[in-house]
Write a protein that binds this ligand. Structure first.
Ligand SMILES: *[C@@H]1O[C@H](CO)[C@@H](O)[C@H](O)[C@H]1NC(C)=O
Ligand SMILES: *[C@@H]1O[C@H](CO)[C@@H](O)[C@H](O)[C@H]1NC(C)=O
Ligand SMILES: *[C@@H]1O[C@H](CO)[C@@H](O)[C@H](O)[C@H]1NC(C)=O
Ligand SMILES: *[C@@H]1O[C@H](CO)[C@@H](O)[C@H](O)[C@H]1NC(C)=O
Ligand SMILES: *[C@@H]1O[C@H](CO)[C@@H](O)[C@H](O)[C@H]1NC(C)=O
Ligand SMILES: *[C@@H]1O[C@H](CO)[C@@H](O)[C@H](O)[C@H]1NC(C)=O
Ligand SMILES: *[C@@H]1O[C@H](CO)[C@@H](O)[C@H](O)[C@H]1NC(C)=O
Length: 335
């Protein structure tokens, strides 16, 4: 007969032998940057993965990290995921790929900005409480991400999966070029840009060469006021591409300013004063917002190719067209 004490002992042993099946909170010891697990190799990651489903603190990638990086089992990191700070700056980590397959929640920021990483994936990550910043990573997979406050993805982006992104609190910038900015040249191959679930947003900037543009559900561009610093939110597109259809079919509410530049041959927001059909003719990029009828606060369009314009809205606070303009809509009332 086994005594209750033996049973408890056997149970403890089983828990120890099957760590992946048990939710476990790991708390790193506190240091200069709060509670941090520093990882220098895959074996450090394996040690964390064997014990923890929640890391109550941060994970910092050591500056001497090389090779692939895979951290399974961890579902919740309550603070940051980034590189180890190095002062004065000596070197960056050099992982070849980063895979955090089970992570669902990040309480701080996720920052990956070293060019050795070809692929970054966190396919179950649903929420990043603060910032998601990715630079110089070709393949970026955040297919379950619904929400973050700040998002920035820049560099030579081959593939970007943000299929579940519904909203971001303040700013989202996707820049597929070497130097971001409205007038810098688009020097990387085109990207399929798709944000199929995005409904509301703050400040959105999209720059670079694109092969397609898909933001079908965006309906409300009202800047959120959640008690943080308030600043003017804008929609900024500086995009290049061949026969690109830039369409916001559901967009009906906005108090943002629009700044649009690039290879825009025809700028058509349906026929003047009505929400009629949008024509797509002889254009390299067409832009349409057929429901955006009532009021646009401010719109600025800069085109590098001849531009043919139609606007559906009847009121705007500022409308500016710069570049090669062949025709304007004379029913627009500028307030
Ligand atoms: C990386 O740096 C850490 C901390 O300085 C050190 O403990 C570790 O041995 C280093 N690893 C390699 C492979 O150099
Ligand atoms: C993550 O873990 C922390 C610490 O245990 C907990 O307070 C928080 O609710 C967890 N978050 C999620 C989304 O599970
Ligand atoms: C950008 O990335 C693609 C795919 O990885 C590569 O073929 C191309 O050479 C890169 N372009 C530049 C300018 O680095
Ligand atoms: C747009 O979003 C803002 C902020 O979330 C909200 O207050 C407003 O009611 C929304 N407007 C529409 C028409 O959905
Ligand atoms: C846009 O509307 C929201 C909600 O009404 C408001 O909080 C925000 O300050 C407005 N932003 C601008 C630039 O007018
Ligand atoms: C843009 O839309 C037009 C009209 O719907 C279509 O013929 C054309 O193929 C589209 N272009 C792209 C690149 O999707
Ligand atoms: C306007 O477009 C035409 C045809 O593409 C081009 O030849 C001309 O240089 C452009 N003018 C300006 C000011 O960009």
């Amino acid at each position: 007969m086994k005594s209750p004490t033996t049973w408890k002992w056997l149970l403890a042993l089983a828990v120890g032998m099957l760590p992946a099946a048990v939710a476990e909170l790991c708390t790193p010891t506190s240091g200069d940057y709060g509670r941090v697990f520093y990882v220098y190799s895959q074996s450090d990651l394996d040690t964390i993965a064997a014990k923890c489903t929640t890391v109550d603190g941060s994970i910092f990638i050591g500056t001497n990290y090389t090779g692939s990086f895979r951290l399974p089992n961890v579902r919740n990191i309550t603070s940051a995921f980034q590189q180890e700070p190095s002062f004065p700056h000596k070197s960056d980590p050099a992982p070849t790929s980063i895979d955090i397959p089970d992570l669902e929640y990040l309480g701080g920021s996720l920052i990956v900005d070293f060019p050795t990483v070809a692929k970054l994936s966190a396919p179950k990550l649903k929420k990043v409480h603060w910032e998601l910043r990715v630079q110089d990573v070709a393949t970026v997979d955040f297919r379950s991400l619904e929400e973050a406050r700040y998002i920035s993805v820049s560099g030579n982006i081959t593939s970007l999966n943000l299929d579940s992104l519904r909203r971001f609190g303040e700013r989202c910038k996707i820049c597929n070029k070497e130097y971001c900015g409205p007038t810098t040249p688009p020097n990387y191959p085109p990207l399929d840009l798709s944000l199929p679930s995005l409904q509301t947003m703050g400040d959105l900037t999209i720059e670079g060469r694109l092969s397609s543009f898909n933001i079908p559900k965006l309906s409300n561009l009202t800047a959120l006021d959640e008690g943080y610093i308030k600043y003017n939110f804008d929609l900024r597109l500086a995009i290049h591409g061949d026969r690109l259809n830039v369409s916001f079919p559901e967009l009906s509410t906005s108090n943002l300013s629009f700044f649009i530049s690039g290879d825009i041959a025809r700028y058509d927001l349906s026929s003047c004063g009505t929400s009629g059909a949008v024509a797509y003719l002889h254009m390299r990029i067409s832009l349409s917002m057929p429901k955006m009828i009532d009021r646009v606060p401010s719109i600025t369009v800069t085109s590098s190719t001849p531009l043919d314009i139609n606007l559906p809205f009847q009121k705007a606070e500022f409308i500016g067209f710069f570049g090669n303009i062949s025709r304007g809509c004379d029913t627009v009332q500028i307030l």
